[in-house]
Write a protein that binds this ligand. Structure first.
Ligand SMILES: [Zn+2]
Ligand SMILES: [Zn+2]
Length: 325
């Protein structure tokens, strides 16, 4: 018995200190305190900068995680400074997928913190497929910047953790891993191919990964570009966490150029799941946000276009900043 208690004790300790470990031993948790702040997207006001990119800071029950790093080298760094957000106390990064508009600030951000805080931004989560060789058609040259960034990041002491499936990083804080494509929500360019041993195949962005936070009020879903398809992501999360309603959907869901048919289909699916809050940032599309607001029974307080510095706080709802009010 004593031996068993000792084993159990160590299992709990190991689970607590090893993000990415299977936390079945420690059980599933719900997050009580959550704040998500956008650090890169198209819309900005005040002193912040807008760009075609995405990044957000996640603060959940004392854990601080950077989700994506924007498009341009310095934009997230400048926006964080302007918003007085200290990145030296953020140990972890999640890169949602390989596209330039999500990984542009990655190395510069790590460089900006490591002299003062060697462990800051030093552990980076990606989904399998992140480091596949990609070619544009034509001119058939390597275009995946992660292949270049990987050794440079590792030289700074940074570590990549690649996920093949869903994982609970901390109680109630989940990564989807690669998302099964049960519905054909195709929203990528189609002009990029992946090199495989069997030859070149279309890049469906298999590495597209989202962050899901489980709360008493429902699931909070944070996406980068949502290339897996927002409904595929939501259904996947409801399968591996629990079939709860969406308390908030935040980030890019790549519907800016979607057809009427596809918008209507997505809207119906979201309605059947139930959604309380929407911050449509990055590639969601402005028209999409207003359409969803109207057709999903939301209002100005519960559905906004995402702006830099805007965000969502559990118990308080959406802070839209000035321009998106
Ligand atoms: Zn994007
Ligand atoms: Zn993308």
């Amino acid at each position: 018995m004593r031996q068993f208690l000792c084993w159990l004790g160590w299992s709990l300790v190991l689970a607590a200190v090893a993000p990415g470990a299977d936390l079945a031993v420690a059980g599933r948790g719900r997050v009580k305190e959550l704040k998500i702040t956008i650090l890169s997207t198209m819309l900005a006001d005040g002193d912040e900068l807008g760009e075609w990119g995405f990044a957000a800071l996640v603060e959940a029950d004392g854990h601080r995680i950077l989700f994506d790093t924007g498009a341009r080298t310095d934009v997230v760094l400048q926006n964080a400074q302007s918003l007085k957000i200290d990145l030296t106390t953020v140990p972890e990064v999640i890169l949602s997928h390989w596209h330039n508009d999500h990984i542009g600030g990655f190395l510069r951000l790590r460089d900006s913190v490591r002299a003062k805080a060697p462990t800051a931004l030093a552990r980076t989560h990606v989904a399998e497929g992140m480091f596949l060789s990609r070619r544009a058609t034509p001119p058939h040259v390597e275009i995946n910047p992660m292949l270049r960034l990987r050794p440079d990041y590792e030289k700074t002491g940074g570590v990549f953790v690649s996920h093949a499936g869903p994982v609970q990083l901390y109680p109630g804080i989940w990564l989807t891993g690669p998302v099964p494509r049960r519905h054909p929500e195709r929203n990528w360019s189609g002009s990029v191919s992946v090199t495989t041993p069997a030859g070149a195949i279309e890049d469906t962005v298999p590495d597209d990964m989202s962050l899901i936070v489980d709360t008493e009020q429902g699931l909070v879903v944070l996406t980068g570009c949502g290339h897996a398809g927002v409904i595929n992501i939501v259904e996947h999360a409801r399968d591996f966490i629990r079939p709860a309603r969406l308390h908030a959907l935040i980030g890019g869901i790549h519907l800016f150029n979607a057809s009427e048919t596809s918008l209507a289909w997505t809207e119906d699916k979201l309605r059947s799941v139930g959604i309380d809050n929407l911050i449509g940032a990055h590639c969601t599309g402005i028209e999409t946000v207003y359409r969803f607001r109207k057709n999903l029974g939301l209002d100005r307080a519960h559905a906004v276009v995402g702006a830099v510095g805007a965000g969502f706080e559990l118990g308080r709802g959406i802070n839209p900043r000035e321009i998106a009010k």
